[in-house]
Design a protein around this ligand. Structure first.
Ligand code: FAD
Length: 372
C-alpha cells in the first residue's frame, strides 16, 4: 500500500460521514436520500467495478410487481400480509425511482406485462385463474383497481395457452440510462463515487469503524452495505449469490412484441427493446451451478434460451443473437428484502432477488432512514 500524502488524507479520506459499499441502484439511492437529510455530510460510494458490477447495469429492465403464479405461490408460503407488504414495497419503489430521476431519464414506458403459460401448464393456469379474484381483491388498495386480467394470446406465441394473465401497470425501462442518470444525479449532489476500489475488510465496533481497500484505509462514521449478491464477504449469510443469464437479438424488422413477459412461473422473462427481443432466465436448469459470483454464461442455459426464442417466442420470425451476458443477484430463503443494522454504525440493504428495479429506490431510502 503506497503512503498517502497529507493532502490526500486531509481532503479525500478523513472525515467521511457515510461510506456506502456498492454503486448499484440501492447504493446510489441510499446516497441521494442521505444527501437530502445531511446537506453538508461527506458521502463516499466505494465500487469495486469500473462500472457498477453486480446486477443494476445487467438486468432486463422490467418495472414489475410480480406475476399471478408468483403471488399464488407466495400466498401459500407466506400468507396475505407478506404478499401485500412486498407488492406495496415494489409499488412504492417504482414511484420513488420515477420521482427521483423522472421517466425520461430512464425511458420508462408503461407498455404492460403478461404472464404466459406453456401448453403443459394448464393445471397451473387453472389454479391461478381460480385465485385471480382473490389476488385482485388483496392488491386493489395498492393499485386503486384490480391489477390483473385475462387477455388473449395476441402476440402469437407458439405452444402456449390461449390466454395471458396481464397487468397494464407493468412497465419497462432502459436500465443503462437509469443507472447513468442516477450516477449523474449523485455527482451533481457532491457524492463521491470511487470506482475500481473494492472494500476488502470492515471492522465496526464501539471504538471505531475501519474500512480497508487494497489502496488505503479509512474510518467512516457510518458504513452502509449495498452489496446484494456479494454480501457474504461481509458475513451476511442470509443472502446467496444467484447468477442470471440473458441474451439479446439483433434488431428485428416490424417486431410486434411489446411489453414485458413472464414465462414458466417467472423462470424466463422477455421484452422488446430498440426493436430487439431481450430474453433471460433458465436458472432453474442448474440452481447449484448458478449459485456463483462468476459472470460467465453456460451452453446449457444459453441453448435453452435460444430454443425458447425459436420454438415459442419468435416461431415465424428469423433472428440472430447479438450479445449475451450475465449478472449476479442476491437471493435467500425469503423473498422479503433485508434492511438492517448489523452492529454499531454498520447497516445493510440487500436480498432484492429479481425485483431490484422495483425495490431498489425504496430500500436505499429505508437504509438511509435507519442510519440517520
Ligand atoms: C440478468 C438479470 C436480469 C434482471 N432483471 C430484472 C428486471 O427485469 N427487473 C428487476 O426489478 N430486477 C431485475 N434483476 C434484479 C436487479 O437487477 C437487482 O435486484 C438489483 O439490481 C440489485 O441492486 P443492488 O444495488 O442491490 O445490487 P447490485 O446492482 O448488484 O450492486 C451491488 C454493487 O456492489 C458492488 N460491490 C460488491 N462487493 C463490493 C466490495 N467488496 N467493494 C466495493 N463494491 C462492491 C458491486 O460491484 C455492485 O456494483 C435482474 C438481475 C439480473 C442479473
Amino acid at each position: 500500500m503506497d503512503a498517502l500524502s497529507y493532502w490526500e488524507h486531509k481532503h479525500w479520506l478523513s472525515g467521511i460521514d457515510f461510506a456506502i459499499v456498492g454503486s448499484g441502484i440501492v447504493g446510489i439511492n441510499c446516497a441521494l436520500a442521505l444527501r437530502e437529510k445531511h446537506p453538508k455530510a461527506k458521502i463516499v460510494i466505494f465500487e469495486k467495478g469500473i462500472l457498477p458490477k453486480g446486477a443494476s447495469t445487467k438486468n432486463a429492465g422490467f418495472s414489475c410487481f410480480g406475476s399471478v403464479s408468483e403471488m399464488v405461490l407466495d400466498l401459500e408460503k407466506e400468507g396475505e400480509e407478506a404478499v401485500f407488504s412486498l407488492v406495496q414495497k415494489r409499488f412504492k419503489g417504482v414511484a420513488l425511482l420515477r420521482k427521483t430521476i423522472g421517466d425520461q431519464a430512464m425511458d420508462y414506458q408503461q407498455l404492460g406485462g403478461h404472464e404466459v403459460f406453456l401448453d403443459r401448464q394448464s393445471s397451473l393456469f387453472e389454479n391461478c385463474a381460480q385465485q385471480l379474484s382473490r389476488v385482485n381483491t388483496l392488491l386493489s388498495p395498492i393499485f386503486k383497481g384490480a391489477p390483473f386480467e385475462l387477455r388473449p394470446n395476441s402476440f402469437q406465441f407458439k405452444g402456449v395457452l390461449p390466454q395471458y394473465m396481464s397487468s397494464s401497470y407493468e412497465g419497462q425501462i432502459d436500465t443503462g440510462l437509469m443507472m447513468k442518470s442516477l450516477i449523474h444525479k449523485a455527482q451533481e449532489k457532491n457524492i463521491l463515487i470511487w470506482n475500481g476500489v473494492p472494500v476488502t475488510h470492515i471492522e465496526a465496533n464501539a471504538a471505531k469503524n475501519l474500512l480497508k481497500t487494497p489502496f488505503f484505509e479509512c474510518e467512516p462514521a457510518t458504513i452502509c452495505l449495498a452489496t446484494n449478491g456479494f454480501s457474504q464477504q461481509f458475513g451476511i449469510e442470509e443472502v446467496l449469490p444467484a447468477r442470471a443469464q440473458v441474451l439479446i437479438t439483433k434488431p428485428i424488422k416490424n417486431l410486434a412484441i411489446k411489453g414485458v413477459f413472464h414465462l414458466d412461473e417467472g423462470y424466463y422473462y422477455f421484452r422488446n427493446i430498440d426493436g430487439r427481443v431481450l430474453l433471460g432466465g433458465g436458472r432453474n436448469l442448474d440452481f447449484k451451478g448458478e449459485q456463483t459470483l462468476s459472470f460467465d454464461q453456460t451452453p446449457q442455459i444459453q441453448e435453452a434460451l435460444e430454443k425458447l426464442l425459436t420454438d415459442t417466442i419468435l416461431p415465424h420470425t428469423p433472428f440472430e443473437i447479438e450479445q449475451r451476458w450475465s449478472g449476479i443477484m442476491g437471493v435467500g430463503s425469503s423473498k422479503q428484502p433485508l434492511v438492517k443494522n448489523i452492529r454499531h454504525q454498520l447497516y445493510a440493504a440487500v436480498r432484492l432477488g429479481g425485483m431490484g428495479v422495483a425495490l431498489g429506490a425504496q430500500l436505499g431510502h429505508e437504509m438511509a432512514d435507519l442510519c440517520s
